[in-house]
Design a protein around this ligand. Structure first.
Ligand SMILES: [Zn+2]
Ligand SMILES: [Zn+2]
Length: 395
């Protein structure tokens, strides 16, 4: 028997990843995004490896350890996308949308690939739903974007905790970086090997190190929000005010930084707090990335977005318990030709109908329908055939 690859999952009804829940989740995300004026964009799953090296950052774990990259038959270095933003930005620039002077709001949904150690809720092929807004630099766009993510989680009845932070701009971030570097240097020996490496490669990432002793040391590190320039500071104040006005509870987490290098100003994360969430799991991650479009060769364009990990949310959704659809069957041979006709009538009325073409007793039909999780049974027997009616029973 040929088996699926490690860390990859089939999605089918009743599977570990249930396809009905999967689609319901995708639909909910899509409906909310469309309601906010976002439109669908689809970019190729394969891109040139250089795109991710530039945008996600050479020093990131994603680029260093987790990318599925290989040479194609033409000798091109290509890569299965590890995340969604880079491709959308590449498309935005390549199609010259950065030259239109308009605001563009997109949503995307699709598989992403990362070669990481498979564990609960993490797969090597996984799905992300994400939104990206281009051309609107106002902090109100950030507030609206956070509000949209919140609406999706509420629609799915997933309890959450929102964390926010500001990463500063090209004015204040370098100054902060210097202060942090000084602090890290003076504690170099006490930090874990990963953090010691980060001092050279990506010092800001030390802030979200999971190592308890690093966390204790970094408690005393200079804080981002105390080192913002006046414009970043007032935008961060506006952000907090805006969230309060929308009654979205949040906490400021000065150690919330992004793994991707191009984020600026607002950054946020929704943590799932429902049952079945063992460790505190980030289910939505997002923020502003005003520098990326320019960095990838486009016209400087402010941008903000978020991505939702579909598989991680799937595990938080309660199993589908509600009965659904109509089970349609016949008690005798002559009733079978009538089944399609009746099914059509019901389908035209908007019902979901599943036909069982096997002749069975009423008792046996009822048993099958019950086991199948149907809401209603419809049966054609001798009597019904004669009167051109149908026997119906709610389960
Ligand atoms: Zn600033
Ligand atoms: Zn550390």
């Amino acid at each position: 028997m040929i088996k699926k690859l490690r860390g990859m999952e089939d999605i089918f009804p009743g599977g570990k990843l249930d396809s009905r829940k999967f689609l319901k989740l995708a639909d909910s995300c899509r409906e909310v995004a469309e309601k906010y004026g976002f439109h669908y964009i689809e970019t190729p799953i394969l891109e040139e490896t250089i795109l991710f090296k530039r945008s996600v950052g050479e020093s990131s774990d994603i680029v260093n350890k987790e990318m599925y990259h290989f040479l194609d038959r033409g000798g091109r270095d290509i890569c299965l996308r590890p995340e969604g933003t880079a491709g959308v930005v590449r498309s935005f620039i390549e199609n010259r949308l950065d030259r239109q002077g308009k605001v563009y709001r997109f949503w995307y949904f699709g598989p992403m690939f990362r070669y990481e150690r498979p564990q609960k809720g993490r797969y090597r092929q996984f799905h992300q739903f994400g939104v990206e807004s281009f051309g609107e630099g106002s902090v109100y766009e950030d507030i609206q974007t956070i509000g949209m993510a919140k609406e999706i989680l509420e629609k799915l009845e997933i309890p959450y905790k929102l964390k926010i932070n500001s990463l500063g701009c090209s004015q204040c971030a370098p100054t902060y970086r210097q202060k942090l570097l000084q602090f890290l240097e003076s504690h170099r020996e006490e930090l874990c090997p990963d953090c010691q490496r980060r001092i050279e490669t990506n010092p800001i990432r030390t802030l979200d190190c999971k190592n308890p002793s690093c966390q204790q040391i970094l408690e005393n590190a200079p804080k981002l929000q105390e080192n913002l320039c006046s414009s970043c500071h007032s935008e961060f104040t506006q952000l907090k005010k805006g969230l309060e006005q929308l009654e979205i509870p949040f906490e400021v987490d000065s150690h919330l930084v992004r793994g991707l290098d191009y984020y600026t100003k607002t950054t946020f994360e929704f943590i799932g707090v429902g049952e079945g969430v063992g460790s505190q799991n980030a289910i939505v991650g997002g923020g502003r990335y005003d520098k990326l479009v320019e960095y990838l060769g486009g016209k400087p364009t402010p941008a903000v977005g978020f991505a939702i990990g579909i598989e991680r949310i799937l595990e938080l959704l309660s199993p589908q318990k509600e009965r659904e659809g109509v089970y349609l069957g016949a008690l005798l041979e002559e009733g079978v030709p009538k089944l399609l006709e009746w099914a059509q009538k019901m389908r035209n009325n908007g019902e979901k109908v599943t036909i069982n073409f096997q002749i069975k007793s009423l008792k046996s039909h009822l048993k099958s329908a019950d086991k199948g999780g149907f809401k209603k049974v419809a049966i054609i027997g001798e009597e019904e055939l004669k009167n051109d009616t149908i026997f119906e029973k709610e389960l």
